[in-house]
Design a protein around this ligand. Structure first.
Ligand SMILES: NC(=O)c1ccc[n+]([C@@H]2O[C@H](COP(=O)([O-])OP(=O)(O)OC[C@H]3O[C@@H](n4cnc5c(N)ncnc54)[C@H](O)[C@@H]3O)[C@@H](O)[C@H]2O)c1
Length: 256
């Protein structure tokens, strides 16, 4: 119960990695605010967690929605210890086929939302005066560009870089800011990816999954809890001296 009594806010908490983070932290004693645009699924995730989970329907591109989520953490559970800016979308498009609207959308959902989540949570944490932990979703894609996913790679590089800047600004307030950098993790994101992958390459989902799995020396896809376990450690006092970092969990994929 290493997070007993703590309060965590997780954006994109209804699915995949976000859901894994919610379930692990609640299992370790925390209360969680599940923030998602998909309220119905968020409620399904919250139901078995009883009064230690609260759902706030929000669009993370809207500062007012994030403010409502952090305010709900305080009014319902009395604190805000950990903010996880986890929402991210992916786009599979070649440079020549991509439009400015598509680039603006992914920048808004993956980057502007992260800036807003960090800003809003930091404001509350500073007011509460107990320090805090902010975790941002980066990706192996943020370390290296790749064909057909240039916009996604750019947003994840931004996540790593923003994490460094905000860690420097928030250190005096004892707020640590780190990002997690997953490799290939089995989540519904890969269903969206498969549809776009088929359009772009003609390959079906099974072929695509095998292609990506074969790049992982550890020999399997990651699971949401592979990410959640590291997030859990980063939110403990044992990680007190870890801030401004991008921590990877990727089965040795993408080492270079
Ligand atoms: N799955 C992977 O292999 C992988 C690898 C590296 C990084 N990541 C990153 O991890 C994070 C989580 O990925 P996942 O695979 O769990 O994704 P997912 O698609 O399973 O879940 C994303 C969640 O975000 C919600 N969401 C989308 N847009 C939203 C918005 N505007 N406002 C509020 N909620 C919104 C969705 O409803 C969904 O519940 C993302 O940032 C992703 O880029 C994932």
């Amino acid at each position: 119960m290493k997070h007993a009594g703590k309060v965590i806010v997780v954006t994109g908490g209804a699915s995949g990695i976000g859901r894994g983070i919610v379930e692990r932290f609640v299992g370790e004693g925390a209360s969680a605010v599940i923030v998602d645009i998909d309220e119905a699924t968020a409620r399904e995730v919250a139901a078995p967690l009883g009064d230690r989970a609260l759902v706030v329907r929000a669009d993370v591109t809207q500062e007012a929605d994030l403010e409502a989520a952090c305010a709900a953490a305080r009014s319902t559970f009395g604190r805000l210890d950990v903010m996880v800016n986890n929402v991210g979308i992916i786009q599979i498009k070649s440079l020549l086929d991509s439009t400015p609207e598509e680039w603006r959308k992914i920048l808004d959902v993956n980057v502007v939302s992260m800036f807003l989540g960090c800003k809003v949570a930091a404001r509350h944490m500073i007011e509460l005066g107990n320090g805090g932990v902010i975790l941002n979703a980066a990706s192996g894609a943020g370390r290296r560009g790749n064909k057909l996913v240039s916009a996604y790679c750019a947003t994840k590089a931004a996540a790593i870089n923003m994490t460094q800047s905000f860690a420097l600004e928030l250190a005096p307030h004892r707020i640590r800011v780190n990002c997690y950098q997953p490799g290939h993790i089995e989540t519904p994101l890969w269903d969206d990816l498969a549809v776009a992958w088929q359009k772009a390459t003609g390959q079906g989902k099974d072929e695509m999954i095998e292609l990506f799995r074969s790049t992982v020396p550890w020999g399997r896809f990651g699971r949401p809890d592979d990410v959640a376990a590291v997030c859990s450690f980063l939110a403990t006092d044992e990680a007190e001296y870890v801030t401004g970092q991008a921590i990877a969990m990727n089965g040795a994929e993408m080492l270079f």
